[in-house]
Design a binder for this molecule. Structure first.
Ligand code: SF4
Length: 374
């Protein structure tokens, strides 16, 4: 079975149990076989129907002819000295009656091992239309939305690549290329598979979706029975400042965004996470920290401070004293704040870094970019 044929209409990946049951029914097979395929794919992570020992041999043979399990293809793999692995993944195109309905694309995912767990950062779009000025994915524009199969497939590929050394806990962060809430349906389909105890069985506590602040998407996510934790990429302490680096703020300004956050139904164990990329000399002053504390004072919030990674963009790395001062002011105002240093900097896997290594056209015609802060 080819790992790279997402154009095939019978890709088994990315389908809900009900869709797989319908597919089996359409083939004249008992519908419950769909549930067995789902279990083999996600609970056992078997990516060859021939190895799905819970299916009868004739069905395995038939599926071998009529279906594919189209995982993203690892185009390149960069291993950092800190153990993080950055993947450049090729995604197939699709045709209908000879007409391209989905172009091939290239995205990135990052696997970060820790003592008792691994964290996998995945992309939800190839490129991005949101145009945050500190992010080089933005320079690509939107190439295309990813399908649910391509989103969940990134997690499967990264886990499979480390199958022999997996830690008991897996965290997934939807913080790679793209704005997840602008590809809502595919993202939520993938999230349901990731969080399904009969699927990938990753818990909501260990899954985070990060948004640049798409208010209608946040309101929609609030209605979902199954949802990950929510992180908001804020990065500024005033509208004027945020307008200058995140044009999306003109559409969804800070006060409206925070009103949306205030009505977001948090579960008892949950905090909203606000991400704040510290750009040296731009948004890292003590007054910024005070304004930020005031903005978030009435929310159950925590802040991740992400010191800017030096790269090609015209921002400076904040100095260590400013970072510590910023964190201290927030903590004094009773806002939990943590400094998060990016992993994998030597392989350009860190948040907001430019993949200068591969920013040109690659052989499939797709341009590559970095793992970005949302
Ligand atoms: Fe898009 Fe996220 Fe980059 Fe903003 S930071 S342009 S939302 S990928």
């Amino acid at each position: 079975m080819s790992p790279h044929e997402s154009g095939n209409p019978h890709n088994l990946l990315g389908k809900s149990p009900d869709e797989l049951r319908e597919f089996m029914h359409a083939l004249g097979e008992p519908a419950y076989r769909g549930g067995q395929i789902y279990h083999a794919l996600y609970a056992e992570r078997r990516f060859d129907v021939a190895a799905m020992s819970n299916l009868p041999a004739p069905l395995r043979e038939r599926l071998g002819r009529e279906a594919v399990i189209a995982l993203p293809e690892i185009r390149r793999r960069y291993e950092s000295s800190d153990g993080a692995v950055r993947y450049v993944l090729a995604l197939g195109g699709a045709e209908d009656l000879g007409v391209a309905i989905q172009k091939p694309a290239t995205v990135e995912a990052v696997f970060m091992p820790e003592e008792n767990r691994q964290t996998i950062c995945i992309s939800t779009q190839a490129g991005c239309a949101v145009d945050c000025h500190f992010c080089l994915t933005a320079t690509l524009g939107l190439v295309r939305n990813l399908t649910a199969a391509e989103i969940v497939g990134q997690v499967l590929v990264a886990l499979e690549d480390h199958r022999a050394y997996l830690k008991p806990q897996t965290n997934v962060v939807l913080m790679g290329q793209g704005e997840p809430l602008l590809n809502y349906d595919a993202v939520i389909t993938a999230v349901r598979i990731l969080l399904d105890p009969n699927g990938m069985a990753i818990t909501p506590k260990h899954t985070t979706l990060s948004t640049s602040g798409i208010i209608p998407g946040i309101d929609r996510l609030a209605q979902e029975k199954v949802r990950p934790k929510l992180a908001i990429s804020l990065n500024a302490s005033s509208n004027e400042q945020r307008d200058a680096i995140m044009p999306i703020n003109r559409k969804y300004p800070i006060e409206k965004l925070l009103e949306t956050c205030a009505r977001y139904p948090l579960r008892p164990w949950e905090h909203l996470t606000f991400e704040y990329v510290l750009l040296g000399g731009f948004n890292d002053a003590p007054d910024d920290a005070r304004r930020l504390a005031k903005l978030l004072a009435n929310l159950r919030a925590k802040i991740n401070l992400i010191p800017w990674n030096p790269g090609e963009l015209p921002y400076e790395e904040p100095n260590a004293e400013r970072i510590e001062e910023f964190r201290r002011i927030l903590n004094e105002k009773h806002i939990p704040a943590f400094v998060r240093y990016s992993r994998g900097q030597d392989v350009m896997a860190a948040c907001g870094q430019l993949a200068v290594l591969e920013s040109k056209q690659d052989s499939s015609g797709s341009r590559l970019s970095q793992i970005s802060p949302t």
